[in-house]
Design a protein around this ligand. Sequence first.
Ligand code: ADP
Ligand code: MG
Length: 493
Amino acid sequence: MTIVDVRTPDPKKFIKGATGDWEIVIGMEVHAQVSSEAKLFSGASTEFGKDPNDNVSLVDAAMPGMLPVINEECVRQAIRTGLGLKADINLKSVFDRKNYFYPDLPQGYQISQFKQPIVGEGKILLDMSDEQVEIGVERLHLEQDAGKSLHDQHPTMSFVDLNRSGVALMEIVSKPDIRSSDEAKAYLGKLRTILRYLGTCDGNMDQGSMRADVNVSVRRPGGEFGTRCEIKNVNSIRFVGQAIEYEARRQVAILEDGGEIDQETRLFDAVKGETRSMRSKEEAHDYRYFPDPDLLPLEFTQTYVDELAQDLPELPDDKKNRFINDYGLTAYDADILVVERASADFFEEVAKGRDAKLAANWVINELFGRLNKEGKDLSESPVSAAQLGAIVDLIKEGVISGKIAKDLFEIVWTEGGDPAKIVEDRGMKQVTDLGAIEAIVDEIIAANPEKVEQAKAKPGLLGWFVGQVMKQSQGKANPQAVSDMLKQKIGLE
Ligand code: ADP
Ligand code: MG
């Protein structure tokens, strides 16, 4: 691939070395398991967590004479993913054999795509805190996963589990456009969000349905690209960040010492937070790629692609823009809400026909904050969108104060129930009855004559009076009414 540098060096991202600044260059190869009930070339199930070798057909075990048959659903999902990445879809692509020997690869080759992948160039937009960055996608191709060797089950024997053998993967290769560990983490997060919106991969890194190979090199800012090392199979976003930070510093230390970087494949040790060599370029495989004679080239029509494009869901970037434009949300709030389709939908249900900013505030700060604290997922939320919407209504209509609303939220969270009825039954209504407020205001003023005198000279003390009245009313007095009345009685107007 010819590499064009599309980024302007940014000093904020440089690594300070003993001999000057260095810039990190990163490219990612992400393997994403296609959401499909059956494997890429066989009808065997892809269900996670089955006993070893439960999900194996004769094709997956590479029995002599068995032929692969392409699973149309996997092709459809790969095209949809390509469309979601705003990429070129190739109407004709070819499956190749990538030859190597390993006990968990009974065919002796992996069926992949080499020169003619199903999806060509695309892009992913990253919303970093102070800038928007576009990362180029080089390609997306379809390939089969291998099985798994189990070495820790028996003292002298290894076993092979072929459940994953033949499972469809999409390999999504980025251009080397990433310039920091934060961008790399954001790239992976955004890619996962897009895949989950599309429903083409569940993005569960802990179950191995999304894995990242991270290519890292360093160079003098804006200079020639350096020799890269590839860190294989990093399985969490946090580890991707740690692996890059470690690896870049390791390379800088070698270069500043007058050494050279060996192009090699490395592994990330999550316990030590280090990368270590797995194999060097000399040991690299010659995969002897050639078109698989058992499979015809993959061909489909533009009409088919257009139909899939028509049916694509609204994607996170569009949703974010709509939330900003239609609901007046800040980019920050919109970002939080669109990370998961479920949270965006939840917010829209709460916001429907209501004050959207107030709704966003309650969804993000109160609900998400509480879910986070208790380690719960939105799907497990004890407070429904309808209940949260009702709380927002009560605040907006002035029935309860913001402070009482938090108590109400607590009650709904722990006990459930209809918010309006709880407010009614437990006498939580905000007191807007001016007579009742006046009684308290008079009482507080009478009890604090010196403070009243001070407040006349120092109007900032008004807040103290408001606080006293609110306390006395157990948070139920309408703060605006209290403030207005105090100003008038103390004579601050
Ligand atoms: P290969 O075919 O050997 O895997 P590619 O050219 O396809 O190599 O690149 C693989 C990955 O490495 C891509 O994600 C690409 O962006 C990245 N990459 C290429 N050159 C560099 C470099 N100098 N530094 C960091 N990453 C790089
Ligand atoms: Mg590669």
